[in-house]
Design a protein around this ligand. Structure first.
Ligand code: ATP
Ligand code: MG
Length: 787
């Protein structure tokens, strides 16, 4: 391939600098829509095309599997375009279909196939498929490369069995979900059970540490890892074994990370080990390797999973050999936004300025002003959904160039999708819920995958128990308990008892024959695992278990849909085999299935409205965005109301939502909302609504927002706010915690917290009988009550 720089013309000078920076560390910080992801993608192409880097030496970390897929496709297209010019002297589109296919297949085989692009989890699972057998945990646990990946529900059922059966604890006091969460959090901060116990010297802390120990032993017994261990284990392995680390260090000379602000401690440790080869010193090889990260601290929204955006802020110091933070050798700022109209961008910037914990940055619009932002107050959640759908339908007439696929509805909580789905269905508008009930979380899919996991990893007793009597074959709970007890006493996996005909018959009594038959069936698949393809094994499993037939025999609509889903799973296996010809084994497919939540996207991708949580919308963009449910207690969420830092995170989430919009933005809230099956309860408008600049916003209720300002007034207001010469009651010093106040709608209450500083404040006020509300004194008039 000839050296070329043509494609770099599609970048602005700062992006180009980031892309062309060859070796050494580089941080790109910039606001939303400024082309960070684009720069990262072009950089991969540039490393290979112009810097002559072997694709095998590149590791790119994306936030979702979908992003990884898109990035690969994008790089592939860039390559194909360059190659078309070089070979044929014509742009790609001018070539015949046959020539295009040939060219793309060449590009795929020569370059793309060798690139490692994926999420931290997907990449780590690949590393572990090579090296996990060299790892030994402090407690002496070991895993083999056929390990299963436990998803959240598998992990929780393991925790539950420990809490209830092993430790005889009250599962109300030690709710398996929260215990699992505590363990997960500890892992993401790099704590093992002993370190966790050290840091939590209460009864509860010690008990959770004990569950943690049993849980790790349980994982090892099942030859399984949870999502957190997928990243933690390579870190520990790299620390234990310098040869292994050295191999991966030499392999990944160029590391690129998108959304770096949402990196947690363990992921950071992994990156550091890989770049420095575990040397205590800093990044020491400026001539031969690079570490390139892009991010935006204002979009950090995963602190509940231990993400820490100070890691982004520390990048230059950590990797930059002690160079000052603003050193341009290690920092590029992007200041143009290519995504949104200036109205949308102004509104988002205005909101995020309310955060105290942030570094100000410039983000200039490059597009026109666009339309104003619509804000709608609905009577309840159904009326809100009707408003959204009404707008989507009227877009059909007003903007025929837009299609349903251009629209996205974003919300804070998954449960909000129900009302929206009902109304969309009523009007026959096709939609898809991105990351809702994941395809791989469906019961029938989990069943078939459990069979496959058992084939690949006989030690996986969680999967074994799931399928031993599914479909029913007359093996009851008592029989399974007996078999399991024997396995525990002998300290062997359940499979060993079941697959031994004599033991199985002795222990299983009347169900002995069924157990033996089941074991023989599984054994016959296991015998083939090295020679057959994944799809052949799936076919065998479906045929031998009569799973599909059982569904068909029952024949309800639900059952038929389940049958179709299984068919879809089979298609996914075939597709996987096509795309991954170099490793299409059952193991590789299973890892992919555990880690890939985007199957539904590829199945349905087309002209449909997208529904998703704000978290899932990160990095994406849509011409039309609806941001719904801006109500106190929902967004910001209830859990954040008492916590200033959490409110700031919610505000960042709101910033993420607003900045997904390219052309049109609709915001809404309801006065009454039914959520999680409760009665309709009154809902207050979100504080974030009061923080948006009213002159940019058209609302259906004159009083929904504070007084209207013109744009010039807004500027004046902004500087005035900054000079803090406000009306009384809007400055932090005006209030003290504990003082009684009166609100026009809620009556009398007491100030419990003051968030923010200067005149960028909100007050948390407890109103007897109503609970706690967050009030912005700039929006609501609060009266002091003399006590
Ligand atoms: N130099 C450029 N010229 C034209 N369009 C650009 C340029 N850079 C980026 N874009 C476009 O702007 C949009 C936003 O880019 P991108 O998604 O890379 O931004 P980002 O900084 O990663 O955003 P986010 O913070 O939301 O992840 C995309 O549609 C991209 O193609
Ligand atoms: Mg991005």
């Amino acid at each position: 391939m000839t050296v070329t720089t043509d494609f770099l013309n599609q970048l602005n000078p700062s992006q180009r600098r980031a892309v062309e920076h060859f070796c050494g560390p580089l941080l790109v910080v910039a606001g939303a829509g400024s082309g960070k992801t684009r720069a990262l993608t072009y950089r991969i192409a540039n490393l290979i095309l112009n810097n002559r880097v072997d694709p095998e030496n590149i590791l790119a970390v994306t936030f979702t599997n979908k992003a990884a897929r898109e990035m690969k496709e994008r790089v592939e297209r860039l390559f194909a375009e360059q190659e078309a010019l070089a070979r044929h002297g014509k742009p790609l589109q001018a070539l015949s279909e046959y020539e295009q296919i040939q060219l793309r297949s060449y590009v795929y085989k020569t370059f793309i196939k060798h690139l490692w692009i994926g999420t931290f989890h997907a990449l780590c699972s690949r590393i572990l498929r090579f090296d996990i057998e060299k790892y030994q945990s402090e407690a002496g646990h070991r895993w083999t490369k056929t390990f299963s990946i436990f998803d959240e529900s598998d992990a929780q059922s393991l925790v539950k069995s420990i809490v209830v059966s092993k430790m005889n604890l009250d599962d109300r006091a030690f709710n398996p979900r929260s215990v699992r969460f505590a363990i997960s959090n500890a892992k993401n901060q790099g704590y093992d059970a002993a370190e966790y116990e050290q840091a939590n010297q209460t009864f509860k802390g010690r008990t959770i540490a004990e569950v943690y120990r049993y849980y790790q032993a349980g994982l090892a017994e099942n030859n399984a890892l949870d999502f957190d261990d997928l990243i933690r284990l390579p870190v520990q392995l790299f620390r234990q074994n310098s040869q292994v680390l050295n191999y991966w260090h030499r392999r990944f000379r160029h590391i690129l990370v998108d959304e770096y602000q949402d990196t947690n401690r363990t992921q950071y440790d992994l990156l550091r080990l890989l770049t420095t080869n575990g040397q205590a010193g800093r990044f020491d090889d400026w001539e031969n390797r690079s570490v390139f990260v892009v991010g935006d601290a204002d979009q950090s929204i995963y602190s509940f999973r231990a993400a820490d955006f100070t890691i982004l802020m520390g990048f230059q110091n950590d990797f930059g050999d002690g160079l000052p933070d603003d050193d341009t050798r290690t920092l590029v700022k992007l200041e143009e936004n290519y995504r949104s109209t200036s109205n949308i961008l102004d509104v988002a910037n205005y909101l995020i300025e309310n955060n105290t914990e942030r570094i100000d940055k410039i983000l200039r619009a490059t597009r026109g002003e666009g339309e104003t932002i619509a804000c709608y107050r609905a009577d309840d959640e159904v009326a809100e959904a009707e408003y959204v759908v009404g707008q989507i339908r009227s877009l059909e007439f007003d903007h025929p160039e837009l299609s349903w696929g251009d629209c996205a509805i974003l919300y804070r909580a998954n449960a909000q999708s129900r009302a929206l789905e009902e109304v969309l269905t009523r009007y026959s508008i096709p939609y898809r819920v991105v990351g809702g009930l994941r395809f791989y979380d469906r019961r029938e899919i989990k069943d078939v995958l459990a069979y496959l996991r058992l084939v690949a990893n006989p030690a996986d007793s969680v999967s074994l128990k799931r399928v031993i009597n599914t479909p029913r074959r007359g093996i009851g709970k008592t029989t399974i308990d007996n078999l399991e007890k024997a396995a525990q006493e002998l300290g062997v996996p359940l499979w060993e008892i079941i697959s031994d005909e004599t033991s199985a018959k002795t222990l299983a009594g009347r169900s002995g024959k069924a157990v033996v038959g089941f074991a023989k069936m599984v054994q016959s698949w296991q015998d083939k695992v090295d020679s057959a393809t994944a799809s052949e094994i799936v076919q065998d499993v479906l045929a031998d278990t009569s799973y599909l037939e059982t569904l068909q025999a029952r024949g309800t609509e639900d059952d038929l849909e389940r049958g179709q889903n299984i068919q879809e799973l089979y298609n996914a296996v075939l597709q996987f085999e096509e795309e991954n010809s170099e490793d299409a084994s059952l193991l590789a497919f299973l890892a992919n299935a555990s880690l890939n939540s985007d199957l539904e996207d590829s199945k349905n991708e087309g002209n449909e409205v997208s529904l998703m949580t704000l978290h899932a919308s990160k990095g994406l963009e849509f011409p039309v965005v609806f941001l719904v449910g801006l109500e106190q207690g929902l967004f910001p969420s209830n859990r954040s109301l008492d916590d200033a830092a959490a409110i700031e995170e919610e505000r960042r989430l709101c910033y993420v939502g607003l900045t997904r919009a390219q052309d049109r933005l609709f915001i809404s809230h309801a006065r009454l909302r039914r959520l999680y099956g409760s009665d309709r309860t009154p809902a207050m408008p979100s504080i974030f609504l009061g923080e948006l600049p009213p002159d940019y916003i058209q609302t259906n209720i004159a009083t929904a927002l504070p007084e209207r300002w013109t744009k010039t007034q807004r500027q004046a207001k902004l500087s005035q706010t900054r000079q803090s010469s406000d009306r009384p009651g809007t400055h932090a010093d005006d209030w003290t915690v504990g003082e009684p106040v009166s609100h026009p709608a809620f009556g009398e209450g007491k100030v419990t917290h003051i968030f923010g500083a200067g005149n960028k404040i909100c007050l948390a006020i407890h109103f007897p009988g109503l609970g706690k509300k967050i009030i912005d004194p700039k929006v609501s008039t609060l009266e002091r009550v003399s006590s």
